[in-house]
Design a protein around this ligand. Structure first.
Ligand SMILES: [Zn+2]
Length: 566
């Protein structure tokens, strides 16, 4: 994103349709473009090399909203290859690509560059390739929901420049292999900015270097694998205070970077970090980045899970911009952005999806973590109420899991429906110690790894001893909610599942005698059981299960028309 080198843009051969088939990889699924496939799949020009280190150097120029710099990419050769795909999004310009002192040629296909290598690429060899570039990167208009650079000012009119690019991808501002399944083992991030500003990126600050032109270079180092969308610039007039947390892996440094005029309110609000850390370490295992520390950095956008440097823009108030997404009141007792975005340090950053299609691995768990934090603070009943309260936000517009290989994102139901799916599975496990063991086990087993959603599903099934395949299929791959049809005749309860995937047979708890819940095992066929209920109204389905009970003998009146009548 820097704009140094004024080398000629010799390699820009945009729209070279003649070379179309060569760039090639799989056919794009219906509704997706070739660019989607280049962005979202492990193309032949990506799969032969494995990133081990990114050395990113970027000069940020707020005066004209431009950037310039280079990324030196160190990689291991996994199998022989001669052509390499490097991603850098329009309108940024590559100035040169260099390996072993030789300038390489490349052709551009939209946001992907295909570089022809000259040096031998021997299997297992470590090689470095440097990509120099510059330009005016895409400006994020609705960060963090769209992506790019945010050229903001604080309330005193001072420059405040940050990045956010989940989904769109890190290649919106720096050249890299923009594929979720390949993370470097570590990364350097050197950001040069006008010296009135302070930059906070990921990892630890190694060095601050004043430059002759009045700028300052902040050199950050991430000592762990990092998903590239988490690499961030946060440059502003920050104050800094720190603390230490005694956690499961020893002393964890906590560093806080509010804007200077927010330091007092930040000291109060950020006190929520320690109880958050305590709760999440208890449920999920050790914080994944002790080497890199934990930071909260104020941003002009609402927030993002930037690894070890969580972006915070919730205006120092509880709830989600002051509102409770669950409408239970429990969500007003803590700061949504601190809790939700920090939960991603485990779900998203420690365990990262290999493909955007499986984003539920990030969001379903982070949303579920909100309920667990409520439980830690206010008890199990409140935690359950919080999660159940989120159900009314479910839209069932499309499935949670999207198409693979095209960087596609599924329904926003990955948040509230996904969180409720996990809460339902907890009921099926029916053993809190075991459930906690599964959540901790996921983080331990897939520690610092990228995974498929299927790996997560299989792990939960295996460790719980339950057959959960159809449960995951129902909630993640359809827009359905299981409906428990039932009828009460005398002291006989008949029941079956409808609106379910074939073979769905999830057990569920219902009242089989007054005030007592017991398991039934419905299938798609009618079954019945003797019950002892004083009145038919005493029957209920345990509301911890995200299912819809439907009394087929006494259909409920349409509540919306009822409301209209009032
Ligand atoms: Zn999230």
């Amino acid at each position: 994103m820097k704009e140094n080198q004024s080398r000629s843009c010799w390699l820009v051969v945009i729209g070279c349709l003649c070379l179309f088939p060569e760039a090639g990889s799989a056919q794009s699924p219906p509704g997706f473009t070739r660019a989607d496939t280049l962005r979202g799949s492990n193309t032949p020009q990506r799969s032969w090399w494995d990133v081990s280190f990114y050395d990113l150097n970027v000069k940020v120029n707020p005066a004209d909203s431009s950037i310039s710099g280079y990324n030196a990419i160190t990689y291991r050769v996994v199998k022989p290859g001669r052509e390499m795909q490097i991603d850098l999004q329009m309108p940024l310009v590559v100035d040169s690509i260099v390996q072993d002192g030789l300038e390489l040629s490349a052709r551009r296909d939209g946001n992907a560059f295909f570089v022809t290598l000259i040096s031998p690429q021997r299997t297992k060899a470590a090689k470095t390739i440097s990509v120099y570039y510059h330009g005016k990167p895409t400006v994020a208009v609705r960060a963090p929901w769209d992506g790019g650079f945010v050229w903001a000012t604080d309330t005193l009119g001072r420059k405040w420049v940050v990045t956010a690019n989940e989904g769109l991808g890190a290649s919106v501002w720096w050249p890299n292999k923009d594929l979720l399944s390949d993370e470097p083992d570590s990364q350097r991030i050197a950001i040069t900015i006008p010296d009135s500003l302070l930059d906070v990126s990921n990892g630890r600050l190694r060095r601050t270097t004043p430059n002759a032109d009045g700028s300052t270079t902040y050199e950050w180092f991430v000592d762990n694998p990092i998903n590239n969308y988490n690499v961030a610039v946060n440059s502003g007039r920050y104050a800094h205070f720190s603390d230490t947390y005694q956690g499961e892996k020893g002393n964890l440094t906590l560093d806080f970077y509010p804007l200077d005029y927010h330091i007092d309110v930040a000291r109060k609000q950020f006190a929520q970090v320690k109880p958050m850390m305590q709760c999440f370490e208890m449920w999920f295992g050790p914080y994944p980045w002790y080497e890199d520390g934990y930071k909260l950095v104020e941003t002009p956008h609402l927030g993002m899970e930037h690894q070890s440097a969580v972006a915070y823009g919730n205006h120092y108030q509880n709830g989600y911009l002051g509102r409770d997404r669950s409408a239970t009141g429990h969500g007003l007792l803590w700061d949504f952005i601190i809790i939700h975005e920090s939960a991603h340090e485990w779900w998203g950053n420690n365990i990262t999806m290999k493909d955007q299609a499986d984003m539920w691995v990030h969001e379903s768990f982070a949303t579920y973590a909100e309920g667990l934090f409520t439980e830690c603070q206010q008890g199990k009943k409140a935690g359950a109420e919080y999660t159940i309260g989120q159900r009314k936000l479910v839209r069932n517009d499309k499935p949670i899991v999207a198409a693979y290989g095209v960087n596609a994102e599924g329904s926003g139901d990955m948040y509230d429906k996904g969180g409720n799916m996990l809460h339902t599975i907890r009921q099926l496990v029916d053993d809190d110690a075991r459930w906690r063991g599964i959540l901790r086990g996921l983080n331990k087993t897939f520690w610092h790894q990228t995974v498929t959603g299927k790996q997560v599903e299989d792990y939960i099934s295996r460790q719980s001893g339950l057959t959960l395949g159809k449960v995951f299929d129902e909630y993640l791959r359809t827009t359905k909610i299981p409906t428990l049809e039932y009828k009460l005749e005398e002291q006989k309860l008949s029941y079956r599942w409808t609106n379910v995937v074939r073979g769905f047979a999830m057990p569920v708890k219902v009242t089989t005698s007054t005030d007592r819940l017991a398991w039934i095992r419905p299938t798609e066929s009618w079954k019945s059981v003797a019950v002892k209920l004083d009145r038919p109204e005493d029957f209920r389905v345990d509301e911890n299960f995200y299912v819809i009970p439907k009394d087929i003998l006494r259909p409920v009146a349409d509540s919306t028309s009822g409301r209209r009548a009032q």
